[in-house]
Write a protein that binds this ligand. Structure first.
Ligand SMILES: C[S@@+](CC[C@H](N)C(=O)[O-])C[C@H]1O[C@@H](n2cnc3c(N)ncnc32)[C@H](O)[C@@H]1O
Length: 352
C-alpha cells in the first residue's frame, strides 16, 4: 500500500500560497523554477539566439555604447519581478538564466528586445507566465501549454508518485488518466514506466491536441481517447486498469478564487464543474469500479476542504478498501484514493 506521506517539494512559492493553493493552486508564476534541469526538451525559438546577444559591454547598466540597451536595462524596463523578467528574456534568447546573469552588460539585437517587450507586456497584463513562455515544467519534463489546457500544478505531481507506487512490482500494467489536459500526469507515468499501457482521455479535443503533441515531443507512448469521463473508453477496457488517476475540475462555481491569480486565463471547464465542485469527483468514484481490475486503485486530486467528502464517496460502496488521503507539503489533504476489491459484491450500476 502506498505510504501516506508525500516527499514532494513545495511548489507555489507565493506570498499568499496557502490561500491560493486552497482552491486549485494558482499558476505558480511567482515560484518560477529555473529551467536548467529540463533545458533542451523543447525546440529552440526562431526569434533571437545567443548569436543575437552582442558581447560588447556597456559602460553602465542602463544603455550600452551607441545608445543600445543592455540586458540589465531591458530587464528593469519591464517592471516585472526580476526572476520573471529574466526567465522571459532567457526564453527569447534561448539561453539559460545562468548565462543571462553572467552577461547582463551584453546588448541584445533589436528583434530580441522587441520580442522580449511583447512577452513582458502579456505577462504584465496578467497572463500566466507559463502561457507566455508556452511551457511549464512538471515531474522533470517540459510540457507545452496553451490556453486550451490547465497549467500543470506542482501538487499534481503527487498523483504521478502515488500511481507509480501502486504500480510497483506489476509488469505491463494498464493505467488511465482521466481529464489529461496537457498530458502531464499520463506522460510522466508513461515515461517512468515504459512497460505500462497508459491511456489518457479528455472531453476537450483542443486539450488532446496539446497532449498528443507533448507525447510526440517527449517520446511518451500514450493512447488517447476523447469523451466525457467513462464514455471515452471502449467496453472491452472494463476491468482492466491497475491504476486510474484524475485531477478533475473541482472548484465550486461560486468560489472567488476563479476570478484571480491567473485562473481567468485558464479553461473554465478545466477548473469547475459549474456547481458545487463535487460532481466530477462523484462521477469518477462511482464509475471507476467497472473499469478497475481487482485490487486496482483510483486516486483523485481534490480541493483543500473536499477530502472528507471524497472519502465518504468511496465509503458508499463496500468494495472500496484502504480508503486514504495524502497531504501535500502545505499539510493539506490533496489526494484521496482507494483500492477496489468487490469480493462478490456487484460494482455500482452508476454510469456517467
Ligand atoms: C483540472 S484539469 C487537469 C488537467 C491535467 N490532468 C493536469 O492535472 O494538469 C481537468 C481536465 O478535465 C477535463 N474535463 C473537464 N470535464 C470533463 C469531462 N466531462 N470529461 C473528461 N474530461 C473533462 C478538462 O478539459 C481538463 O483538461
Amino acid at each position: 500500500m502506498p505510504e501516506q506521506v508525500s516527499r514532494r517539494q513545495p511548489g507555489l512559492g507565493l506570498s499568499e500560497a496557502k490561500e491560493v493553493r486552497d482552491a486549485k493552486g494558482a499558476t505558480g508564476d511567482d515560484g518560477v523554477e529555473d529551467d536548467e534541469g529540463v533545458k533542451g526538451e523543447m525546440g529552440a525559438k526562431d526569434v533571437g539566439s545567443a548569436k543575437d546577444a552582442k558581447t560588447d559591454r556597456g559602460n553602465d547598466d542602463a544603455q550600452g555604447e551607441k545608445g543600445r540597451t543592455t540586458i540589465a536595462a531591458l530587464l528593469r524596463q519591464t517592471g516585472l519581478p526580476w526572476r520573471e523578467a529574466r526567465r522571459l528574456l532567457a526564453e527569447v534568447l534561448d539561453m539559460s538564466v545562468t548565462w543571462l546573469i553572467a552577461h547582463d552588460q551584453d546588448v541584445p539585437a533589436p528583434p530580441v528586445a522587441e520580442r522580449f517587450h511583447a512577452l513582458a507586456a502579456r505577462r504584465a497584463a496578467g497572463e500566466p507566465l507559463a502561457y507566455v513562455l508556452g511551457w511549464r515544467e512538471f515531474y522533470g519534463h517540459r510540457f507545452a501549454v496553451s490556453p486550451a489546457v490547465l497549467i500543470p500544478r506542482p501538487e499534481t505531481e503527487g498523483l504521478v508518485e502515488v500511481a507509480l507506487e501502486c504500480l510497483a512490482g506489476q509488469a505491463e500494467p494498464r493505467v488511465l488518466d482521466l481529464g489529461t489536459g496537457s498530458g502531464a500526469i499520463a506522460l510522466s507515468v508513461a515515461l517512468a514506466r515504459p512497460d505500462a499501457e497508459v491511456w489518457a482521455t479528455d472531453f476537450s479535443t483542443d486539450a488532446l491536441t496539446v497532449a498528443r503533441e507533448n507525447a510526440a515531443r517527449l517520446g511518451a507512448a500514450v493512447d488517447f481517447a476523447q469523451g466525457s469521463w467513462w464514455d471515452a473508453l471502449a467496453p472491452a477496457q472494463q476491468g482492466g486498469f491497475a491504476v486510474i488517476v484524475s485531477n478533475p475540475p473541482y472548484i465550486a462555481a461560486d468560489d472567488p478564487h476563479l476570478g484571480r491569480d491567473g485562473l481567468p486565463h485558464e479553461p473554465r471547464d478545466a477548473l469547475t464543474d459549474g456547481g458545487d465542485g463535487l460532481a466530477h469527483l462523484r462521477t469518477l468514484v462511482r464509475g471507476a469500479p467497472r473499469w478497475l481490475r481487482p485490487d486496482g486503485w483510483l486516486w483523485l486530486e481534490h480541493g483543500y476542504d473536499q477530502a472528507e467528502t471524497v472519502r465518504a464517496l468511496f465509503a458508499e460502496h463496500p468494495g472500496w478498501r484502504q480508503i486514504a488521503s495524502r497531504r501535500d507539503l502545505a499539510g493539506i489533504e490533496r489526494l484521496t484514493g482507494a483500492s477496489w476489491r468487490p469480493d462478490g459484491v456487484a460494482a455500482p450500476s452508476y454510469n456517467a
